[in-house]
Design a protein around this ligand. Structure first.
Ligand SMILES: [Zn+2]
Length: 308
């Protein structure tokens, strides 16, 4: 990425999306991968490290706008109109080579019992066939996949080609492909629902736990605050008192614009000084009445001779 940046400082502009993946810092070898041939009498080898490292590293992958008719994203081949025809056609090819494997299992003497075939079919074929199914479930090309899954079921059950397909899922004890996809989609939906996310509740909680000045004015941050229909000057002034940040003398000095932090009454002029304490300007209703824009508060705002 550093190289890309050096050769073209604008290269970031061609990035359209990013994806992050967490990976383990170390993947342990399987028993078989780490096995070694030994001479008789030779001591056993010690396996250097058996546990996965807790350390994780972040891979960031970027995709640029190089044109492709059928870009592949997270294992899905996309097409312009999102019919998923390309994806499902490729998936069909992948499935038929896996079905050949199942055929071989069905023919061999040790694999021929129905339970073994069923388990193998689920692990080898259905899992592949249903990858990201909620994404393409609505496509009109799902028949491409269903015919493959039906022949899988035929291998498990051994029924003849003309057998009505409604028999297949019953005999193989695997729900009909279309219903299995619906189920997968439903699971995702339920997951989202069970999170029970409520935006105004979440906002209220984060507001309550913050340390914002005058936060007690707001009980529910998602509720529209009073004053939206005020003239611009009063609206702005109101918000500057609410937030405690305005062009009062104390802050103007702090920001480096002026030298004198004092009010005309000779004490440091903060926003709350003007509102609550100043003998020259103060508002008798306090910040809560100002926040609610009572008629008195509006009159006070209109009459206030300061530019804050
Ligand atoms: Zn004052």
């Amino acid at each position: 990425m550093v190289e890309m940046f050096n050769s073209d400082p604008h290269w970031l502009k061609i990035v359209i999306t990013g994806d992050e993946t967490w990976v383990y810092g170390y993947d342990p070898e399987t028993k078989r991968q780490s096995s070694l041939w030994l001479e008789s009498g030779e001591p056993r080898f010690k396996k250097a490290r058996m546990i996965k490292s807790k350390l994780k590293c972040l891979l960031i992958t970027f995709f640029n706008i190089t044109h492709s008719e059928h870009p592949k994203y997270l294992g899905i081949h996309l097409d312009r109109t999102l019919t998923f025809k390309t994806h499902l056609t490729k998936l069909k090819g992948k499935l038929s080579s896996r079905i050949n494997i199942l055929h071989k299992l069905a023919g061999s003497s040790w694999g021929s019992d129905a339970n073994t075939l069923r388990t193998s079919a689920l692990a080898l074929i259905f899992s592949t066939a249903e990858y990201c199914a909620p994404v393409w479930e609505g496509s009109c090309h799902t028949k491409l996949i269903d015919t493959q899954l039906n022949s899988t079921l035929r291998i498990i059950t051994g029924v003849c080609q003309p057998t009505r397909i409604d028999w297949l899922p019953v005999l193989a004890h695997i729900s009909p492909p279309e219903l299995r996809r619906k189920e997968a989609t439903k699971k995702i939906g339920n997951q989202l629902l069970s999170q029970n996310f409520n935006i105004s509740e979440a906002w209220t909680n984060s507001w309550i736990s913050s340390d914002i000045p005058n936060k007690n004015l707001i009980t529910s941050p998602s509720v529209k605050i009073p004053g939206f229909s005020l003239p611009r000057r009063e609206w702005v002034l109101l918000n500057r008192f609410r937030t405690g940040q305005g062009r009062c003398a104390e802050l103007m000095k702090l920001w480096g614009y002026t030298k004198d932090p004092n009010c005309a009454c000779n004490v440091p002029q903060s926003m709350s000084h003007i509102l609550d304490d100043c003998p020259l300007y103060k508002f008798n209703g306090g910040i809560s009445n100002l926040h609610s824009v009572t008629p008195e508060a509006l009159n006070w705002l209109k009459a206030l001779p300061l530019r804050l």
